[in-house]
Design a protein around this ligand. Structure first.
Ligand code: PRP
Ligand code: MG
Length: 214
């Protein structure tokens, strides 16, 4: 038997981590604990797990350092054009939306023309605005984006909306949904044919879990 293992990247910490490990568990794959270790192996399936930062995962897939990942579609849209999108996994559902202060009168996307928008998703916003024929000044920040309007950094924001509570707490309202997203299997374009066979077994198991969940 071959010693070949499939290398999967899972979000190290954050909203995807728990559900990603759960779906593998439901697929009968048990992984030795220890996120602190950053690398773990499955006991009963040829799988090696790497715990990585969300935003780094597309590059690892692109370079073929990891074969497959569980990732939000939103991350693929932002920086994973060349990554193969596999099964939708049904969890971590969210939207990538534009939001403005509650007090702002918003009549449509043209109201953002020439305005400042704070976001962690510049490519997604740019594509959306270009399609609408709008130009805005983007401020790229990596977290706590919703604070930007109240401190005078931006007129609007673009970020992930899940429950909507972060928008609500920061006196913002969602005005445009640019993208709907959920966790997906993301596959490296450089995966070897040997590992692809292991991936197919993993996909078969994941599909059984998904069918049982619906
Ligand atoms: C994420 C995201 C939004 C929020 C959306 O932030 O950037 O701010 O969750 O979720 P909600 O609609 O349920 O409130 P996170 O808390 O992960 O922190 P960060 O922005 O600092 O990374
Ligand atoms: Mg946030």
């Amino acid at each position: 038997m071959s010693n070949e293992k499939l290398r999967i990247a899972i979000q190290k910490s954050g909203r995807l981590n728990e559900d990603s490990l759960q779906i593998l568990k439901d697929a009968g794959i048990s992984i030795d604990n220890g996120k602190e270790q950053l690398k773990a192996s499955a006991r009963n399936f040829p799988l090696e797990v790497l715990y990585l930062r969300n935003g780094d995962i597309p590059q690892y897939l692109r370079d073929g350092v990891v074969d497959v990942a569980i990732l939000g579609e939103n991350v693929l849209v932002e920086k994973g054009d060349d990554i193969i999108k596999g099964e939708k996994l049904g969890f971590s559902k969210c939207r990538v939306s534009l939001a403005v202060p509650k007090s702002m009168k918003y009549n449509g996307i043209m109201d953002l023309d020439g305005k400042k928008i704070a976001t962690s998703y510049p490519n997604t916003v740019n594509a959306f605005l270009t399609e609408k024929g709008i130009s805005a000044e983007l401020h790229i920040i990596n977290g706590s984006v919703e604070i930007a309007p109240s401190i005078g950094l931006a007129d609007a924001i673009c970020d992930i909306v899940s429950s909507g509570s972060t928008l609500f707490k920061n006196n913002l309202k969602e005005v445009e949904v640019m993208l709907k997203s959920e966790a997906v299997l993301a596959i490296s374009p450089l995966i070897s044919s040997e590992r692809k066979l292991i991936l197919e077994k993993l996909q078969f198991r994941l599909n059984s879990v998904l069918n049982a969940r619906t």
